[in-house]
Design a protein around this ligand. Structure first.
Ligand SMILES: *Cc1c(COP(=O)(O)O)cnc(C)c1O
Length: 434
């Protein structure tokens, strides 16, 4: 079995951006569990993506707010020029409060309520419709904007799917190829002036070829839209789905290869048909914040039955990915990073659900009760997926600023928060009223 603690085996080393002493001091001030994010890493991730597309006439990353819906983080990315990708009313408000408005926002929702369309129109966001029937729904409920985008589902050319992408035909998202052409025609006839095109076919994908393939599908479609309808698309949005190496054995996406591959297709397909000004957009979430977050948690108990268990003060409501997807998250023990991994543990939370585990049969150095565990790569789809099942409260979020200072950017939930929506006429239920 691989010993992940042995530095030579790392293709992607798993680090933590603070010294042991600094983290122990921080824990005295902010008790575990908490997610902690690193501004420097987020900026580096964004700049690497932007640089890979520096050749494009224009490139825009719309940060997928759902990955880490905290306006402090959205603001960090916005200061570097990123916009947002939203799919709910709350995410639109988060964008607005972080200072992201107008066409920097893309609303890529589905099954969309009218109030969401109205808020998007109020903010001047680009609305990316998920279905042809939404043209009429949008017109009736919020009025048609000057610019509209459509989400394409490429099941017609990927009907077998493949092991990387799955089967688009089974996905609820997007319009068919025929509907796409009809939709642009309808909108043009209704007076819409500017158009974009979107798709999202990858998820946590680390192969550059997948994104280059996506660009080919989209550029060819853009060329056909131009030929058949005379519409010059203003942007092509290649979606999110850029993966990260959760396992130290994995390597990151080679963004330079992605950028170069997309550039070649841009010049091969778009430029010759007069679409050389098309903006390239992406809506990456995980690749911006995933490796910039850590869940810091303390060992409460150990038990030795048929297996060895360590029980943490964090649970699945702080990080659902292992339970939901069987996802790997690397775990290190504060101060024991270089000890040999000679024990095998199931690392669990406290939910009354047997799948509330952060790791199963994980080789780790010997753990003592009270040890601080660092769960890596929790910066995207981590805290964001939290929930209150079993009366569990969601943790705080901290942020390490570029100057090294740590700020609390969201406090932990309290019992008062938990009871706040309950009107039961017994004040003792609500600790806040005591
Ligand atoms: C989830 C989502 C994203 C972001 O996905 P990542 O894997 O975090 O990059 C982007 N666009 C849409 C429409 C999504 O649903």
């Amino acid at each position: 079995m691989t010993n992940y603690n042995h530095a030579e085996t790392f293709r992607t080393p798993k680090n933590f951006p603070m010294t042991e002493d600094a983290l122990r001091q921080l824990i005295e001030k902010f008790p575990t569990p908490f997610h902690i994010y690193d501004e420097k890493t987020i900026r580096k991730n964004f700049r690497r993506l932007r640089d890979a597309f520096a050749w494009a006439p224009e490139f825009r990353e719309h940060f997928a707010v759902k990955a880490t819906p905290n306006p402090y983080l959205v603001e960090i990315l916005a200061r570097d020029g990123a916009g947002t990708d939203c799919s709910s009313l709350a995410e639109l408000f988060i964008s607005e409060s972080a200072g992201v408005t107008g066409e920097k926002i893309m609303l890529t929702s589905n099954d969309t309520p009218a109030v969401e369309f109205r808020k998007a129109r109020e903010l001047g966001a680009i609305i990316n419709l998920d279905d042809i029937s939404h043209i009429e729904f949008l017109e009736r409920n919020a009025g048609l904007p000057e610019i509209i985008s459509f989400r394409y589902n490429p099941a017609d050319i990927m009907n077998d799917g493949n092991d990387i992408i799955g089967r688009p035909a089974e996905a609820k998202f997007g319009l068919t190829r025929k509907q796409i052409f009809d939709a642009y025609r309808i909108c043009r006839d209704k007076g819409v002036k500017r158009f974009g095109l979107h798709t999202m076919i990858a998820s946590n994908e680390r192969k550059a070829s997948t994104f280059i393939y996506t660009a080919r599908i989209m550029f060819e479609l853009a060329a056909q839209i131009k030929n058949q309808l005379g519409i010059n698309l203003e942007f092509v949005n290649l979606g999110g789905g850029l993966g990260i190496p959760y396992n130290p054995d994995e390597s990151p996406v080679d963004l330079k290869v992605v950028g170069e591959g997309v550039k070649k297709l841009f010049h091969e397909i778009l430029v010759p048909c007069g679409l050389g000004n098309v903006r390239i957009a992406m809506e990456s979430g995980r690749a911006m914040t995933g490796n910039a977050g850590w869940l810091v948690t303390t060992v409460l108990h150990q038990k030795h039955t048929y297996k060895n268990y360590v029980g943490l003060d964090a649970c699945m409501s702080d990080l659902m990915r292992p339970a939901l997807y069987g996802a790997y998250h690397h775990i290190t023990i504060l101060g024991k990073e270089n000890l040999p991994a000679e024990e095998i543990y199931d690392v669990t939370g406290s939910l009354c659900e047997n799948n509330d585990k952060f790791a199963i049969d994980r080789r780790l150095p010997k753990i003592d009760t009270g040890d601080v565990l660092i769960i890596h790569d929790t910066g995207a789809h981590g805290h964001a997926m939290g929930f209150n099942y079993n009366g569990k409260l969601r943790s705080a979020e901290l942020l390490i600023r570029e100057n090294g200072e740590v700020e609390m950017i969201r406090r932990a939930e309290t019992l008062a928060d938990y009871f706040a929506t309950l009107n039961f006429p017994n004040a003792r239920l609500n600790p806040a009223t005591k």
